[in-house]
Ligand binder design. Structure first.
Ligand code: PRP
Ligand code: MN
Ligand code: MG
Length: 184
């Protein structure tokens, strides 16, 4: 599949599953079942976070509810500009709830920083973030994130939800994209 487009496998399917289970176990300790705020509310950021969201939710040993938001940052397809628009908003009110944003990657940090500001104004009881990937070298804005799956080098990565021009999301692993794909 996608023959010749993937330069290397950066994080395998097995590594993703193992790290997801670790994150789920440690995060679950912070949200005791039966809290007055109700079940933990996961907010998945479409489309990139789809696979991590569904795997993470199933790895969590506590009840969690799921909502989705779709946002997209303007800009070229390989870098974001910081101007974020809502393509799909939440269906429900999050006031008083324990909210955990589930993201696939923090690149510049602009999407998440905007999202945290936006969701904070809706008065959740708590608001935290779990991200599968983070690129420390690319980050332009400091975003406070307790739980990071993997810090990765500043290379263009695809798969497991991450796209280049909407392709490659369906790969089961995280791979680096061969430069010929985005330079042509
Ligand atoms: C990607 C990725 C993150 C964001 C990270 O989403 O899924 O949400 O960019 O970049 P940043 O830290 O530089 O803001 P994208 O806007 O491409 O939409 P998508 O999830 O639908 O692919
Ligand atoms: Mn995204
Ligand atoms: Mg994208």
């Amino acid at each position: 599949m996608y023959e010749g487009d993937i330069a290397s496998v950066l994080i395998s399917e097995e590594q993703i599953a193992e790290r997801t289970a670790e994150l789920a176990a440690s995060i679950a300790e912070r949200y005791p079942e039966g809290a007055p705020e109700g079940d933990l509310l996961l907010i998945g950021v479409l489309k990139g976070a789809i696979f991590f969201m569904t795997d993470f939710a199933r790895a969590l040993p506590i009840p969690a509810q799921m909502e989705f938001m779709a946002v997209s940052s303007y800009g070229s397809s390989t870098s974001s500009s910081g101007v974020v628009r809502i393509l799909k908003d939440l269906d429900k009110d999050i006031a008083g709830r324990n909210v955990l944003i589930v993201e696939d990657i923090i690149d510049s940090g602009l999407t998440l920083s905007w999202l945290i500001r936006n969701l904070s104004t809706r008065n959740p009881a708590s608001l935290e973030v779990v991200t599968l990937l983070r690129k420390p070298e690319a980050q332009k804005i400091d975003v406070e994130v307790k739980d990071v799956g993997f810090d990765i080098p500043n290379e263009f990565v695809v798969g497991y939800g991450l796209d280049y021009d909407e392709r490659y999301r369906d790969l089961p692993y995280i791979g680096t994209l061969h430069p010929k794909v985005y330079s042509s």
